[in-house]
Write a protein that binds this ligand. Sequence first.
Ligand SMILES: [Zn+2]
Length: 457
Amino acid sequence: MSSKILTFVLAAGLALSSAPAAANANSHAPNENADHAFDNKVIKKINADRMYNNIALLSESPREAGTQGEYDAVQYIKGEFESYGYDTELQPFTFQEWDGGTSAIDVNNQAFSGEVHTFNGSVNSNVQAPLVYVGLASSEEVGNEVEGKIALIQRGSYTYYDKVQNVLDKGAVGVIMFNGKGQPGNHFGYTYEGQDIPAVAITHEAGLKLVDRLQNEQVTATVSVEDAGTIDKTSYNVIATKEPHKNKDNGQIAMIGAHHDSVAGGPGANDDASGVSAVLELARIMAKTPTDTELRFMTFGAEEKGLVGSYHYASTLSEDEVDRTVGHFQMDMVGSRDAGDLIMFTPDGQKNLVTDLGAAAGSRVAEVVEYGQLGRSDHVPFFQRGIPAALFIHAPLEPWYHSPQDTLDKISKEKLKETTEIVGAAVYRIARPDTPALENATVAPGPVHYEFDDRPL
Ligand SMILES: [Zn+2]
C-alpha cells in the first residue's frame, strides 16, 4: 500500500463490460444448492504455515525498491516460482529517486554539530551570509531584512513551498529549517521548481539553540549542499506464467498480484510480504491444477515509490492482452492481526467482475466481502487500462503500517489463509476447466448480494 495519493482520470468510455466471456458469470441465478466442494480443489491445499514461513524469510530485512534488499527478495520469489515449475520473467525498470548528497552547516566558522538533512529538491550550492530568524516564515513575518541572508525558519503552520517562497521573494540566499515542537528528527523538507536556493533541515532542539544564539550575537552561517539530485535506480517485477491446458484454452488471462518492495527501513511483513506469500501459495497450488485460462502470477517492485512497477508492467500489455484479461486480483496487506476485515477496493468505487467473484467466493469460504473505493495500490494501472481490477486488503489499517514494527509477530495465519482462500476460489472460478463457458455451468455457484462500504482505510 502506497502512502502517495495518486489521482487518475477515468478513461472515456471505460466499461466493465469490456471483459470477455467470464463477465457473464454474473447472469446466473443464485444456486441455492451451492456445492461447497466447488472450491475444495484449490482451497484445501492452501497451507498457512508455508505462507507464514515465506513472510518470515522476506521480512528479515527491508526491501526498499532499488536496494540489495529488494533484489534479494526478487531472486527468492523468482526461485520459488521456478521451483513450482513456472517460466519466470524478471522485468527490470528504472525509477527516479532523490538523493540529498552531502549537506553541512557552519556557524561562525565552526562546524555545526547536529545532523543536517538536505531538502528534497534543494539546489547544490555553498553560501555564506548572516543568519536571520524569521519564525514560521509567513508573508507577514518575513521582511526586507532577509535580503542577502540565510533564513532560519521553524517548521509548521505553512507549506514548505510558501515558507521558502516568502524568504526567496525577499532575497534570502539560503534556508535552514528546524523541526516543530515535539516533532522528532530532521528528515523533512521540499523545495519546488524555480525555488533555486540551498535548503537544509535540522532538529527542533538544534534550531532553538541557534535562535538563542542570535539573541546574543551576530551569527554568520554557511550552508552547503553537494551532489544532491535525482538518480536513476533499478527495480524489478517478477512474472510467472501458467499456460492453460492445451485443449481447453479459452484465450482468457487472469492476473494475481502483490508488491514485494517495502518502505525504507521497514520489514514490511504485512506490507506486502503477506500478499507475496499469497501469490506464491496460489501459484504453487495452481501449478498442478489444470486450467482453461492463462494465469499470470506477479509481484511488483517500487509500489511504495508510486506504483511504478505495476504502471510499467501494465504499460507493456498489448491491446490483445488487455482484451483477453478478465481480471486483476491485487493482494496488499492481507495478514495483519490488528487490521479490520477484508474489503475489496476499486479505484472508481464500482463493482466489477473481480469484486463479483470475490464477494461470492467470500460467501462460500467465510462470509460475503464488501467493496469500497480506493486507489493507492497496484490495481490502479490495470483499472486504467480497462481491466476489471480490485485490491484485497484489510481495513482499517493496523497501527504498524509503514513502520519498523510491521513485523512477523503481527501476522495472523487465519487472516492470511482466509484471504488467500477467497482470492484462490475467485480465480479458480474463472480458470477451472470444467466451466469452459461459465454461463453454461450448472455446477457453478451463482452471484451474491454485496454492498458498498465507505469504511476508512
Ligand atoms: Zn505500503
